[in-house]
Ligand binder design. Structure first.
Ligand SMILES: Cc1cc2nc3c(=O)[nH]c(=O)nc-3n(C[C@H](O)[C@H](O)[C@H](O)COP(=O)(O)O)c2cc1C
Length: 210
């Protein structure tokens, strides 16, 4: 199977059948997200994994009643840093020093430049930067799920502030960005399941400047 076949197979599942996904398959998807690249390697987001039925039921109204929230096996909430701090910027470099056996402070100049650039941005801009990194992981998760033949619905249709409050994300210095609902399609009752995938033509989509 090729990545293009995987991406052609997947679609944003509207109706799931409630079947559980094996944890090892979800772990594979989560590992793909962990390995995704981020700007300066800051990894400024976390993934909250939810399987608890009561919690899913509480999330459903926050997500405008979308059925995938409760019919999915797992919900992955992608949540980004609400702001960068010196500690949050230091952490990945300190880990690199240890795990790569690099001299202490090897990246101090770069780190200081990064920190200076963030001090010139608003808290909202910090979050927007971190959220962009979360979207990279989100895209990788969508592809990894397709490779595993796990159906997935990428979701932005929810009230972020309400989800943050329900999950206590502010205490963790995080704000929700997206949800990925994982499960199996209800082939017979999902109106989208058999429809053609529609995308702009390559000629319209790719702009060549040779
Ligand atoms: C960031 C993002 C947010 C989305 N939010 C929702 C959502 O809340 N509910 C939903 O049913 N689909 C949602 N979708 C699915 C898109 O509508 C869908 O991916 C798009 O129409 C392309 O169709 P396909 O994924 O089936 O190929 C979202 C997709 C993305 C990438």
């Amino acid at each position: 199977m090729s990545l293009l076949q995987d991406l052609s197979w997947r679609y944003a599942t509207k109706k799931m059948n409630g079947e559980k996904v094996a944890q090892e398959k979800v772990d594979y998807i989560l590992e793909a997200v962990r390995l995704a690249p981020t700007s300066s390697g800051l990894q400024p987001f976390k993934v909250i994994q939810i399987t608890d039925e009561e919690l899913k039921a509480k999330i459903q109204p926050i997500a405008y009643g979308q059925s995938q929230i409760v019919d999915a096996s797992h919900l992955l909430v992608f949540a980004a840093y609400d702001e960068y701090t010196k500690e949050r910027i230091d952490a990945p470099f300190a880990q690199q020093e240890v795990e790569r056996g690099l001299p202490k402070g090897y990246a101090d100049d770069y780190k200081n430049q990064l920190w200076t650039s963030f001090t010139q941005r608003t808290r909202e801009q910090h979050f927007e930067h971190a959220a962009r990194q979360a979207y990279i992981g989100f895209g990788v998760a969508i592809a990894a799920a397709a490779e595993q033949r796990i159906d997935a619905t990428p979701m932005e249709g929810f009230v972020n502030a309400q989800l943050d409050e329900l999950l206590g994300l502010d205490k963790l210095g995080l704000k929700s960005v997206t949800i990925l609902a994982l499960g199996y399609r209800d082939q017979e009752n999902d109106w989208l399941a058999n429809l053609k995938k529609v995308r702009f033509n390559t000629e319209d989509f790719i702009i060549n400047r040779n």
